[in-house]
Design a protein around this ligand. Structure first.
Ligand code: ACM
Ligand code: ZN
Length: 570
């Protein structure tokens, strides 16, 4: 039998565990404005209600998410109370009022993207009010509330200081790339990845679906493409140039049904899926299946090692364009994204220089080298020649695909090498070899996404001491602080109008060295937290020391979600 004093001690401990905890708005990304108007508190307790417009399915889903998140953080179960006027948590869609415009005008059509995502989170004696112009804004507000809650095992009440938070993202495009070509990741993992993206307020999942080392997208008209192109016979072990292989076949691809499921899951979290088919380089897996599409005729293995391959699609073979239109056609059927990524990076031209078909096409199109044009954006592997005839041939292919995509109502994104042969009319440039390509494109009034390798490549190590982390792409460190310090818009480089061309910023997770979900999350976190403040916050709001102080709270949520993250922040 327990003594009375022991029972009392146990009761005290239990009361401590379950007592009311305090919420804090020191979250990541930091909201634009947090006004605490008084020292008063609202106490949220189990059983309280969440109300929303019962005719709005999106609002219902957001209410369900919020219920789940409150339960996850605090153990408290709330109730869904659709339509109720006096619930403790209310989700409200409000009509936008635009300055200088008549209230009768349809505002939503003219609303800029960031405004659509804006929201207010107000807490007072009546409870917690989340309001926004669109459901996406309510979703962002719900995420903010989620991150403000204490993360505990159980709670019998959370005290929330009276506050008015108003928020809006700085950029409309807030992306993360996952390379599923070098290594294949399951749909289940991708869903977890999307959950983590949503937690950080990201809204574009750039899905890199094809690589020299594996074709991952089912094309129904070309069934062998994924069946055979997805499998490499072996994979290099250790440094690629050592050519030591594991001799184990490796493969996997996504059916169109699975891709649609990813699109659906992402859309529920207000994430658009930007699919990438990387061409005309990085195509060796397709060449393996269709060797006639290469300049030499092959044979070509699905690449078993990493690097830039000289075997690329033949630019002079009319079947190349036919093939691409079939692939991009089915891609458009599956992915509703307004943006389709065509790759365009690292396409060596040595085969094209020697290929009779490529040279005949160059002649037919009357493409001539124009080496007096200095291609801004720097250069490396593959397009060293400035505006060579071969680079112009790549632009010709891009133009054909741009027209094709435009007929489906989509815009083309390409890596910054697409500058080399001249940009096609509507091309959006994703600047990866630093920011120069992006700046050059913005100066030509093209839309730009900044993803410079030295700040945004999360396949690189995050710690200075490489021995303290899993093997990664080495050569340089992209620490949390380095990523945090990235400023994508430099006013000295661009006029105000050109600055508006910068749609946003993206972090890229290439997976040559990343074969497992745990490792992928380790590379991603907590650097995605750094990236989220680059994507959401104005420069004057950013402060790395403040960020570091806010990070442990977010890490508690990582723990709850069961995702691996790097515990050291440099
Ligand atoms: C790239 O990293 N090759 C876009
Ligand atoms: Zn050729």
């Amino acid at each position: 039998m327990m003594k009375r004093i022991e029972l009392f001690a146990l009761a005290c401990i239990a009361a401590l565990v379950a007592s009311a905890q305090r919420a804090s708005f020191d979250i990541i990304p930091l909201p634009k404005e947090v006004k605490t108007e008084s020292a008063q508190l609202f106490t949220l307790t189990a059983g309280m209600g969440i109300s929303y417009d019962e005719d709005n399915a999106e609002c219902r889903r957001i209410a369900e998410f919020l219920k789940e998140w409150v339960g996850e953080a605090t153990g408290m179960e709330l109730q869904l109370t659709p339509g109720a006027k006096t619930s403790s948590i209310r989700l409200a869609i409000i009509a936008p009022v635009k300055k200088g415009k008549k209230a009768s005008q349809p505002e939503t059509a003219t609303m800029i993207e960031q405004e659509k995502e804006s929201y207010t989170l107000a807490i007072n004696k009546k409870g917690i009010l989340l309001s926004a112009y669109e459901p996406v804004g309510l979703f962002r507000a719900a995420e903010t509330l989620r991150k403000s809650l204490p993360v505990v095992k159980e709670s019998n009440g959370v005290e929330l200081p009276f506050v008015t938070i108003t928020d809006q993202p700085r950029f409309s495009y807030r992306g993360v790339l996952l390379d599923c070509g070098r290594h294949f990741f399951s749909v289940e993992f991708i869903k977890q990845f999307l959950d983590v993206m949503a937690l950080h307020g990201c809204n574009q999942f750039h899905w890199h679906l094809t690589e020299d080392q594996g074709w991952r997208f089912e094309v129904k008209a070309l069934p062998d493409l994924a069946k055979k192109g997805s499998i490499r016979e072996k994979t290099v072990v250790g440094p690629s140039n050592m050519r030591i292989y594991d001799n184990i076949p490796y493969g996997g691809y996504y059916t169109q049904e699975e891709c649609r499921e990813v699109v659906r899951y992402a859309a529920e979290r207000y994430i658009n899926v930007v699919p990438e088919i990387d061409m005309p380089g990085h195509m060796q897996s397709a060449l393996h299946v269709f060797p006639n599409l290469g300049c030499t005729g092959g044979p070509y293995p699905v690449a078993p090692h990493w690097g830039v391959m000289r075997e690329v699609l033949c630019g002079g073979n009319p079947q190349t364009l036919e093939f691409l239109k079939t692939v991009f056609g089915e891609l458009c059927d599956v992915f509703p994204s307004p943006y389709i990524h065509i790759g365009g990076d690292e396409c060596p031209k040595e085969r094209w220089k020697d290929c009779p078909k490529c040279q005949a096409k160059i002649k037919e199109l009357n493409l001539t080298a124009d080496n007096s044009i200095k291609v801004e954006g720097g250069d490396n592997r593959g397009s060293q020649d400035g505006r060579s005839a071969e680079n112009k041939l790549q632009t010709y292919i891009n133009h054909e695909i741009e027209q094709f995509l435009a007929s489906r109502g989509r815009s083309l994104i390409g890596w910054d090498e697409i500058l080399a042969g001249g940009l096609t009319e509507d091309a959006i440039v994703m600047s990866w070899r630093g920011t120069k390509g992006g700046v050059a494109a913005a100066r030509q009034n093209h839309r730009v996404i900044m993803s410079p390798n030295v700040y945004a490549y999360i396949d690189h190590p995050q710690l200075k001491d490489y021995s303290k982390q899993p093997r990664t792409t080495d050569s340089y460190q992209v620490s949390c602080s380095k990523m945090y310090s990235f400023e994508p818009v430099v006013p000295e480089e661009l006029t105000e109008e050109q600055q508006d061309c910068i749609l946003g910023v993206q972090a890229n997770l290439w997976t040559e060295q990343v074969a497992y979900p745990e490792h992928a999350f380790y590379q991603l976190l907590p650097r995605l937290a750094s990236m989220s403040e680059v994507q959401w916050c104005k420069p004057e709001q950013k402060d790395f020391e403040s960020f570091k102080a806010r990070l442990p709270k977010l890490e508690k949520l990582y723990d709850k979600l069961g995702v691996v993250y790097c515990k050291q922040v440099e």
